[in-house]
Design a protein around this ligand. Structure first.
Ligand code: CA
Length: 533
């Protein structure tokens, strides 16, 4: 009889087989996991994107799978889908807005009239800047024709902007992906509501020779005028005056002046948050940011202003990426180089934590385990260079380290090792430590198996993984059930999905298990609410 039990049990099943009677499916690694529902898949796609593919799936395959999941969401509940896209996009929970624009383009081509209308009505909320609009136009062409509803929505995007906002968009985001404001306006043909708008439309579509005096009293028209002046400027002084008087954004300055430190010094006081983060290397290389300089102080104060970070929807992943690049002392393409200013590096480190907003501690005993198997060190989260799922997991773990008092960090693949992570470490140190860990197979049951063996009193296990588990002789949920029985603790399991695939090690029928999306800025609080019940 003992032999039979070894051959078949619902309490212990090798990961290469499905748990008898369960709805598990085979994952890409050949093991068995659960399939997440389409709504979870939608969230994963909106936050993690798919354009980098994964260890197991090409960008194309992953994108097709995700787009199909989005389409199923659209046909089962189009309005809920649009609302979800708007919520995730406007709250800044995702590192990149492109998946939201892509999903909105799918919804804008829905068969259902109400869904199509909701999607087009939501366009200004999801496409907040010119670049977003161009991306949307590029995507939507893949799903539908330029019908009246779509043309009206694009026209409305322009018409509902005040002349100064319109002018700002026109000079700051001039073109992207083969689309320009001229193309958009020629296609949509909005009928201007104001003379100033009409003038700006004309300037965009045909160009103008003169700026009539009566219109120059308008701030938007003056901004366009200043932009034209900047094109003709012959001295840095002229550029500086235009920047100071008209607040020209840096994108509107002809490139030859962007090598001038004085020009950047003029731009700096009103340089927006995102532009500041993107230009730290350049500013340091030009000497605008230098050790002990007042400009460095100004930038450090800006970067650590929680309110400003939230308003600019700065995602922690963008901060992580900026920190990695800035620390290297040279750009991705390697033309610029600089000596990092410590004050700025430290400010980025602080900004990373602040960009998550306030995270509520659970004050529970937690085991937090990072999957460091080979598949986790492949590809980039949301297409951000250098941020593999593994690096992303390590960064998320630091948020927990900074918030919680009782947490044991572990790293696993086909074996498990303790991981020394402390909130006192800098982000880049932790990332470096974790990047050097990489083993072979994947056994997501190890954290629970280990905790049961060592009688570790954990109230929740938090596992960062792609759920491509296959190696172990017991499934993660079975290991959790055995742990619960042995320890008499009703421990919870949270799976942080770090890849936008369709798998999870969490049993959807167990109320003590939860799927969240890694690098969702809302995830830390969702997790702590769940752990606290
Ligand atoms: Ca793996």
């Amino acid at each position: 009889m003992l032999k039979l039990r070894q051959l078949f049990s619902t309490k212990q099943t090798p990961q290469s087989e499905k748990i008898p009677g369960s709805a598990q499916v085979q994952n890409s690694a050949g093991g068995f996991s659960w399939q997440v529902d389409d709504w979870t898949r939608l969230d994963r796609f909106l936050i993690l994107g798919s354009d980098q593919g994964s260890y197991y799936a090409s960008p194309r395959k992953l994108t097709v799978e995700n787009a199909e999941a989005v389409m199923r969401c659209v046909s089962s509940d189009g309005l809920r889908t649009v609302q979800r896209i708007v919520d995730i996009s406007t709250s800044g929970r995702a590192p990149k807005n492109d998946p939201a624009l892509f999903a909105l383009a799918i919804a804008a081509a829905a068969e259902d009239d109400a869904t199509r209308k909701a999607a087009l009505d939501a366009l200004p909320q999801v496409a907040r800047i010119g670049t977003h609009l161009f991306h949307f136009m590029d995507y939507v062409e893949g799903f539908r024709g330029w019908g009246r509803g779509l043309r009206r929505a694009i026209g409305g995007w322009y018409n509902h902007k005040t002349p100064d906002k319109l002018a700002y968009q026109a000079i700051k985001y001039q073109q992207r992906d083969g689309w320009s404001h001229r193309d958009a306006l020629r296609l949509a043909h909005p009928k201007a509501l104001l003379n100033e708008q009409a003038f700006i439309y004309k300037w965009i579509t045909q160009g103008v020779d003169e700026f009539p005096d009566n219109l120059l009293s308008d701030k938007g028209v003056r901004l366009i005028w200043a932009f034209e002046q900047a094109k003709r400027a012959e001295r840095a002084q002229d550029i500086i005056r235009l920047v100071e008087d008209y607040r020209l954004p840096w994108e509107a300055i002809p490139t030859q002046w962007l090598k001038d430190a004085k020009v950047w010094e003029a731009l700096l006081p009103s340089l927006p948050m995102t532009a500041t983060i993107r230009n730290l290397g350049r500013l340091t290389s030009l000497g605008v940011l230098a050790p002990l300089s007042s400009n460095s102080r100004l930038v450090a104060d800006r970067l650590t202003n929680a309110d400003a970070l939230r308003k600019a929807r700065v995602h922690p992943l963008a901060v992580l990426s900026a920190l990695t690049t800035y620390q290297q002392g040279h750009g991705v393409r390697g033309r610029l180089s600089w000596s990092p200013v410590t004050l700025v590096t430290d400010a980025l480190d602080t900004a990373f934590y602040k960009s998550f907003g306030n995270v509520n501690p659970t004050n529970k005993r937690l085991v937090l385990a990072l999957d460091v198997s080979g598949s986790m060190s492949w590809g980039n989260i949301a297409g951000v260079p250098g941020v593999t799922p593994q690096v992303g997991s390590a960064a998320m773990a630091l948020i927990t380290a900074a918030t919680e008092r009782n947490v044991q960090f572990m790293a696993f693949s086909d074996k498990l090792v303790p991981l020394n992570i402390s909130a006192k470490q800098r982000l880049d140190d932790v990332v470096k430590t974790v990047s050097n860990l990489s083993f072979g197979g994947t056994d997501c049951a190890l954290p629970m198996v280990w905790a049961a063996q060592k009688r570790v009193k954990a109230e929740a296990f938090v596992i960062y993984t792609d759920s491509e588990t296959w190696y172990g002789n017991i499934h993660p949920v079975q290991a959790l059930q055995q742990y619960r029985q042995k320890m008499g603790i009703d421990a919870k399991l949270i799976v942080c999905g770090m890849v936008s695939n369709g798998f999870s090690i969490a049993d959807p029928n167990d109320g003590g298990m939860l799927d969240v999306v890694g690098f969702d800025t809302a995830a830390p609080n969702v997790m702590s609410d769940f752990i606290c019940g």
